[in-house]
Write a protein that binds this ligand. Structure first.
Ligand SMILES: Nc1ncnc2c1ncn2[C@@H]1O[C@H](COP(=O)(O)OP(=O)(O)OP(=O)(O)O)[C@@H](O)[C@H]1O
Ligand SMILES: [Mg+2]
Length: 265
């Protein structure tokens, strides 16, 4: 049984390495543009390498040790398999995030813009989260006065889901998470404004300007344990930029956070 699981895991790891090779060629294309882009690209490669090496080293270490202990200590072997599984999941979600980000950052990105009804999308998002939120007694309250939006529906879903995921992850049990959609205007431009507001721990003024950077985590030790890779908000930012919109975050440490997505309308 355990050796079957091992074979499956090795197949998963090979799949991940295949994805990585894909990613490397995408990155190479990205790094060609100009000096500034090249600099950003190499920082990105350094960060990616660092982030990928940690779970890969764990997987390698646990697999090696497992080989020698499968028949001797099945209990310990099961524990190590769980570690391998957790690290594979971490790698897999990291790779998916990196691929999403490189797609959305690409200058040739093609948005599937369509006019869609907002309420059904918000209902789908609620359904997606309801179970996980209830496990931590967190409440999600959604209020929308925006009926229709012209945008890439999948990307709007992804941006809102990333923000709700963060609120869920970083707020304690019993927190209140609100999604509010309104029409607004600023400096002569009209926007459909989607906000995700929570009453959790908030983000310090020092961290706030940096949270949209790739791989930036406000509280590194806590986030490593809870599995964040620091790419979610970078993806949200690029989704907004690709729509000609903008994203803002405001927060007071200890008093919750507010993320505002402005879609031009
Ligand atoms: N609602 C929130 N409340 C408190 N801190 C937050 C909130 N949202 C984001 N943060 C902080 O901002 C950091 C960056 O968030 P981001 O979504 O980019 O990365 P992540 O959640 O760590 O990883 P990923 O989204 O890639 O799994 C988080 O690590 C967290 O410290
Ligand atoms: Mg996140």
């Amino acid at each position: 049984m355990i050796s079957f699981t091992l074979i499956v895991l090795i197949a998963v790891i090979l799949g991940l390495i295949w994805k990585l090779l894909d990613l490397r060629s995408e990155l190479r294309e990205q790094v060609q543009e100009n000096d500034e882009l090249r600099k950003r690209g190499s920082d990105f490669v350094a960060n990616v390498s660092h982030e990928l090496k940690t779970p890969l080293t764990s997987i390698k270490g646990y697999t090696e040790t497992l080989k020698g202990m499968i028949s001797k200590d099945p209990e310990k072997a099961r524990e190590f398999l769980t570690k391998i599984e957790e690290n594979s999941e971490r790698l897999s979600s990291l790779i998916n995030d990196i691929l999403d980000l490189s797609k959305i950052e690409s200058p040739n990105i093609h948005l599937e813009v369509e006019k869609f009804s907002v309420q059904p999308l918000l209902d789908e998002i609620r359904d997606q989260f309801v179970h996980r939120l209830s496990q931590r007694q967190q409440r999600l309250v959604i209020n929308s006065e925006v009926e229709e939006l012209a945008a890439d529906r999948k990307l709007v879903d992804q941006a809102l889901s990333n923000l709700i995921e963060n609120a869920h992850r970083y707020c304690p049990e019993g927190a209140l998470i609100e999604v509010v959609a309104t029409k607004t205007s600023e400096a002569g431009h009209s926007y459909s404004l989607f906000e995700v507001i929570d009453n959790g721990p908030g983000i310090s003024q020092g961290d706030l300007p940096r949270i949209f950077e790739r791989f930036y985590r406000a509280d590194k030790s806590r986030n490593r344990l809870s599995g964040g890779t620091g790419l979610g908000l970078a993806i949200v930012k690029h989704i907004m930029v690709s729509h000609g919109g903008l994203v803002r975050a405001s927060s007071e440490k200890g008093r919750g956070s507010r993320f505002s997505l402005f879609f031009p309308s």
